[in-house]
Design a protein around this ligand. Structure first.
Ligand SMILES: NC(=O)c1ccc[n+]([C@@H]2O[C@H](COP(=O)([O-])OP(=O)(O)OC[C@H]3O[C@@H](n4cnc5c(N)ncnc54)[C@H](O)[C@@H]3O)[C@@H](O)[C@H]2O)c1
Length: 254
């Protein structure tokens, strides 16, 4: 009997947007499963704290401060990440922003910031890390999309467009890079109780309306997403690529 393999020992993961929320939980979960971790975000203080928590699990960890709204910084971050431990086996593109507002109110600045962080920097980081994975003929790329990449959500026009873009990028890269042993998948979470989730769903009437449409009857926690990342980062998912896994309590099952 061959059992599926979830052990992450000797793997090196890069997690973007790791300073808080979902990214922080992903970084700690992969470290607990045995991986060494490179974390990146804008706030050095939070990253330093996270690095010492990861080291507490007996793993190696390093941080890189970068503002992903600036694609040049994103590209520098990705090149630097390849140097830190000599390679990257797992890339989790988690950093993202949302500025909920009606389509009529969207400014060019909000469009550019959202698209730069959620889609453009994600693509160029993936291109750089992907080249390294192609050389080593293996790699796991996990993109954090959203239920908002699968269905339209009021007041989320730009966010939905960016998250839907991530889903099609995921599929194209899965097709192009499958022959190099690289798996590229996306997760589509529902509302997750993080600083972003709390901000976006602060209005109690909207929050209740959303909650009523989730068959499982609750919002998510960061560890709900981290569990799915662990599967997609592990050998257990070697035959899964180009997939979009909803982590949404059934919201998009309707
Ligand atoms: N919370 C939710 O309800 C929810 C639902 C579905 C998908 N998501 C997605 O999950 C991911 C993480 O969301 P979260 O809820 O943990 O958000 P959060 O706001 O709590 O954390 C976002 C992370 O991204 C980083 N980030 C933001 N702007 C950045 C920038 N300019 N440069 C570098 N890093 C930056 C932050 O430092 C932070 O680490 C995002 O891509 C988000 O779109 C969140």
């Amino acid at each position: 009997m061959i059992f599926p393999e979830f052990d992450m020992s000797d793997k090196i993961a890069l997690v973007t947007g790791a300073s808080k929320g979902i990214g922080r939980s992903i970084a700690l979960t992969l470290a607990k499963a045995g991986a060494d971790i490179i974390v990146t975000a804008r706030t050095e203080e939070e990253l330093k704290k996270l690095v010492s928590e990861i080291e507490g699990f007996g793993r190696r960890a390093e941080y890189i401060v970068a503002d992903l709204s600036n694609t040049k910084e994103a590209i520098n971050m990705a090149n630097r990440a390849l140097e830190v431990f000599g390679r990257v086996d797992i890339l989790v593109n988690n950093a993202g922003v949302s500025f909920p507002q009606s389509a009529l109110e969207v400014t060019e600045e909000a469009w550019d910031t959202t698209m730069n962080i959620n889609l453009k920097s994600l693509f160029f980081i993936t291109q750089i890390i992907g080249k390294g994975m192609i050389e080593q003929k293996r790699g796991k790329i996990i993109n954090i999309s959203s239920q908002a990449g699968l269905v339209g959500l009021e007041d989320h026009s730009v966010y939905c467009a960016s998250k839907a873009g991530i889903i099609l990028l995921t599929k194209v890269l899965a097709i192009e890079w499958g022959k190099y042993g690289i798996n590229v998948n996306a997760l589509a979470p529902t509302v997750i109780l993080t600083p972003m989730g709390e901000r976006a769903w602060a209005d109690s009437a909207k929050r209740l309306k959303m909650l009523e449409q989730i068959p499982i009857g609750r919002f998510g926690y960061p560890e709900d997403v981290a569990g799915a990342v662990l599967f997609l980062a592990s050998k257990a998912s070697d035959l899964v690529t180009g997939a979009v896994i909803p982590v949404d309590g059934g919201y998009t099952a309707r």
